[in-house]
Design a protein around this ligand. Structure first.
Ligand code: MRU
Length: 352
């Protein structure tokens, strides 16, 4: 097992609260923060103390347990308690709009609320157990993704990744970086090129940190450099994570991913997406239906608290983009690698 995953859980339920690695502090500090109320969890997701699609899914599930603990004495009947809690779960889904794992995990908790026949205290226990189950499953799923993905990593490959789809974007092990970890375990000549990933620099701040902690060679590049290195023959494959995948395979991931995919296609380099099935949203036909998060202008205008542009300049800051399915060589899931035509392969994998 990777050193990182054996020691660190990005997010974990502890008795009555949620403990998570504070991702706003990287790379200066590696600190945990304990979240003890539902409102604080909503804000931890929104402010990206916890980030990455699978990790915010688990955070949402924890947040609903926190709300349940707070609400137990507010309602006389179990019915009133349940309907209030469902409203809180729907609210938790709105803490960030693009990553569907958040809605998926909150929905799993809503199903528990709706199907439970226990009293209020019993329901809280069931919600807690369900959250812990989702946590544990996340690591198992990521290891399966890693093992399937490792099969398509060429010997001695240099893998380009964008943003952070690692242990710190999940409970542990990671999706795209899970593929890297599994490939590296088989062949320690594999290495990574990490895009810096403006504006929040998840590649620089987080991907380089966790790969370095695991002793996996990583080279940091700025986002605009990827085609330069592709042309030089220095990139063998691209592997990225995903925030939402439509029924036709169109994939939303961190802003800049689409540019990498176009460059990879031009240079004939396979572009893979690694994601659990919970990231696939079969309710939407194409990527056009994916809501793209708009983030604060300061993320673009400021670096380390200092303005880097003319005062008052116009700014647009979408957090994600959508890579069209025709640019994707395969979607690596816990049930194997899905190949084009994605409309069919996605349909089939959900029928298995
Ligand atoms: O805005 P973030 O940091 O939450 O965005 C994260 C990404 O885009 C990841 O690539 C994606 O969530 C996959 S994480 C396994």
């Amino acid at each position: 097992m990777s050193e990182f995953t054996s020691k660190i859980r990005t997010i974990q339920w502890i008795d009555t609260y949620s403990r998570m690695v504070d991702q706003t502090k990287f790379p200066d500090k590696f600190e945990y923060v304990d979240i003890k109320t539902g409102e604080d969890m909503f804000s931890a997701i929104r402010t990206m103390i916890v980030r990455g699609a699978p990790a915010i899914g688990i955070a949402g599930a924890h947040g609903i347990v926190l709300f349940a603990q707070e609400g137990i004495d507010k309602f006389n009947t179990r019915e009133e308690f349940s309907s209030w809690l469902i409203q809180k779960a729907e609210y938790m889904k709105t803490s960030r709009p693009t990553a569907v794992n958040l809605m998926w995990a909150c929905q799993k908790q809503i199903e528990v609320i709706k199907s439970s026949t226990s009293d209020k205290a019993g329901l809280i226990e069931e919600l807690k157990q369900n959250a812990i189950k989702l946590e544990n499953e996340d690591i198992e799923i990521n290891k399966k993704i890693g093992d399937y993905g490792a099969e398509v990593v060429p010997k001695g490959a240099t893998i380009l990744t964008h943003c952070n789809a690692g242990a710190l974007a999940t409970v542990g092990y990671g999706t795209a970086l899970g593929v890297v970890r599994s490939a590296f375990a088989k062949d320690n000549t594999v290495q990574v090129f990490a895009d810096e990933t403006r504006p929040r620099q998840q590649g620089a701040r987080i991907t380089t940190l966790e790969l370095t902690m695991d002793g996996i060679p990583v080279t940091l590049i700025t986002d605009g450099m990827c085609s330069y290195f592709m042309k030089k023959g220095m990139i063998d494959m691209v592997c990225v994570g995903a925030d939402r995948i439509a029924a036709n395979g169109d994939t939303a991931n961190k802003i800049g991913t689409y540019t990498v995919a176009i460059a990879a296609k031009y240079h004939n380099i396979p572009f893979y997406v690694a994601a659990p099935l919970s990231t696939i949203d079969t309710t939407i036909k194409t990527g056009d239906e994916i809501i793209i998060e708009e983030r604060s202008h300061e993320e673009v205008t400021m670096i380390n608290g200092k303005s880097v542009c003319a005062e008052g300049v116009n700014v647009i800051n979408p957090g994600f983009d959508v890579t069209p399915n025709e640019l994707i060589a395969g979607i690596i899931t816990e049930k194997g690698i899905l190949r084009p035509d994605y409309k069919n392969s996605i349909k089939e994998v959900f029928q298995k």
